[in-house]
Design a protein around this ligand. Structure first.
Ligand SMILES: Nc1ncnc2c1ncn2[C@@H]1O[C@H](COP(=O)(O)OP(=O)(O)OP(=O)(O)O)[C@@H](O)[C@H]1O
Ligand SMILES: [Mg+2]
Length: 522
């Protein structure tokens, strides 16, 4: 029997050929089974009761445990429960007598991989031999996911992205998992949520990072120019084309091409793009030759794609090609802890750039920052912080430094308030206080008057929010939206020359916060 010493090499080996543990008190079964599995190339250990199995599984890694349902000290079901309680990774196959098939089914409902009935005749053994590799595969996939999550746990930055919220860590996890592949990725999210930074991270974390990253804004260019930019042209392809020109596909070969605002692409270019994606070949305008391109496509949009497809603006087949993996970036207002992290980071960055020594925020400014709903997302926060640093005359940012003038004036501009179904009345009240407070430019007395609360009550709500903001969980999907229009955010800064001059609506309708999903396209 295998008695391999634990260690790095053994751990590596285990990833390739995970060990199997047999837990059964009938030595006739264990001896025979161990011999058969060892002959099949597996490393096998044997124990005679459930407690010993648990001890072994706590000390060493086993890809699969074959556990007798009825064994001394800890039976199969109890062992399974303990494994789950202690979060011990392994796949459990239950061995059961005919009389206790019901319990075996129950074990499966509780997370066992499968069960096999005694007597272990030739047919059952064959079934077991077929089951084990599948269970080991599942174990290995789960191990990989665990490694990824623990690697990304506690991360506050990833590539150029800043964020420590659970939703952003899930985004990092998807990027980390898909970056090495050539799978097309579609990034969704409101304006200013960081879609371009995600696209860049996908590039820099991939094997293509040494190749070019080529960004093209599909909304910014007229159809003919976009087509020319994407596919290039041959000499004489159209009047005035005296030279040949390689397009983005050729130029980004070996790297990543980022198609920003891809839902704006004219439909006949979509057909060509689809063909390029399917064949990995393009033809220049006016050219006959098929040119091979080795590209990875990342696309982004802040449009409602279901509507774009329904309206015939986006080809459904192209959508499925581009969205092999979809990453949905959550809006900033749903990431309270990221607001704080980003605000501090931008403060430090802009203070340094402007040669100012600003150490933090006054309470009122801070309260406004965390209670404002940031319709322009991180871009708006970044701009607000830059402006605040420039305006600031002291060593801390005040409310009047940070709150944009159009939100300060009057305060008659209530933000739309979104109350998630499932929220408690207390939570709804807190949201109401915060939004009203923001709309009065941080005036506790007026907030109290508007809401019919005392100043002390308003302060208590604000304080609670301040205290929990750091650990606030992602809000459930907002489904009930009440009241007035949201205030317009500050205009986005002018886009860099090479990119779109058209900025999408900075306050698109709120979309349900979705965890990023990795999904196979058709
Ligand atoms: N998580 C983040 N960490 C740091 N900076 C961020 C983050 N998200 C966005 N930004 C910054 O905010 C600005 C907007 O980001 P980006 O251009 O990636 O957004 P976008 O989703 O592509 O927006 P749009 O839909 O308007 O094109 C950039 O200056 C970017 O550096
Ligand atoms: Mg963008």
């Amino acid at each position: 029997m295998n008695r391999q010493a634990p260690g790095a090499a053994a751990a590596r080996d285990l990833m390739k050929h995970p060990k199997i543990l047999i837990a059964d008190d009938e030595s006739a079964i264990t001896t025979g089974l161990a011999a058969i599995l060892e002959d099949a190339g597996y490393a096998v250990d044997v124990v005679a009761d459930g407690q010993k199995a648990l001890d072994k599984l706590s000390a060493e890694r086993y890809g699969v445990v074959l556990a007798d349902l009825k064994m001394p000290k800890l039976d199969g079901l109890a062992l399974l429960r303990e494994l789950q309680l202690r979060d011990i990774p392994t796949e459990c196959i239950i061995i059961t007598g005919q009389a206790s098939v019901d319990s075996a089914v129950q074990a499966m409902q509780q997370g066992a991989y499968d069960y096999i009935e005694k007597p272990l005749n030739a047919e059952k053994l064959n079934r077991l031999k077929a089951l084990i590799p599948k269970a080991l595969d599942k174990y290995q996939v789960q191990q990989k996911n665990r490694e990824l999550s623990s690697k990304l746990e506690g991360l506050t930055h990833y590539g150029e992205l800043t964020g420590q919220s659970e939703s952003m860590r899930s985004v990092y996890q998807v990027i980390e998992a898909v970056a090495p592949s050539t799978a097309s990725v579609l990034i969704l999210g409101e304006s200013g949520t960081g879609k371009e930074l995600v696209a860049r991270a996908l590039h820099t974390k991939s094997d293509r990072s040494k190749g070019p990253f080529f960004a093209l804004n599909c909304a910014a260019l007229p159809k003919e120019i976009l087509e020319n930019e994407l596919f290039g042209h041959e000499k004489g392809a159209f009047t005035g084309s005296t030279n040949e020109k390689a397009g983005a596909f050729e130029m980004s070969s070996g790297g990543t091409i980022f198609l920003d605002e891809m839902a704006e692409m004219p439909t006949d270019i979509q057909v060509k793009l689809l063909r390029a994606l399917e064949t990995r070949q393009i033809r220049r305008l006016g050219g006959k030759k098929e040119i091979n391109v080795d590209i990875r496509i990342v696309a982004a949009t802040n449009k409602n794609l279901q509507k774009a497809i329904a309206d015939g603006e986006l080809r459904e087949d192209l959508y499925y090609r581009l969205a092999v993996v979809e990453i949905d970036l959550p809006p900033l207002r749903e990431r309270a802890d990221d607001i704080q992290l980003l605000a501090n980071e931008f403060l430090g960055r802009f203070a340094q750039q402007n040669g100012k020594s600003i150490t933090g925020f006054e309470d009122q400014a801070w309260e406004w920052i965390i209670s404002y709903h940031w319709p322009g997302n991180v871009r708006e926060l970044k701009n607000a912080l830059e402006r605040a640093v420039i305006m600031s005359r002291g060593s801390t940012i005040t409310a009047s430094d940070i709150i944009p003038r159009h939100l300060r004036a009057g305060g008659e501009m209530p933000a739309a308030l979104t109350i998630p179904v499932g929220a408690t009345a207390a939570e709804a009240r807190q949201q109401l206080v915060l939004r009203t407070y923001a709309s009065t430019s941080g005036d506790v007395v007026r907030t109290g008057k508007v809401l019919g609360l005392t100043d002390a009550e308003v302060r208590t709500e604000l304080l609670t929010m301040l205290q929990v903001a750091g650990e606030a969980p992602a809000r459930p999907a907002p489904v009930v939206t009440a009241s007035a229009p949201a205030p317009r955010p500050e205009p986005a800064p002018p886009a860099p020359a090479a990119r779109s001059s058209k900025r999408p609506d900075p306050a698109p309708p709120a979309r349900a916060a979705k965890k990023p999903t990795a999904r196979k396209g058709r």
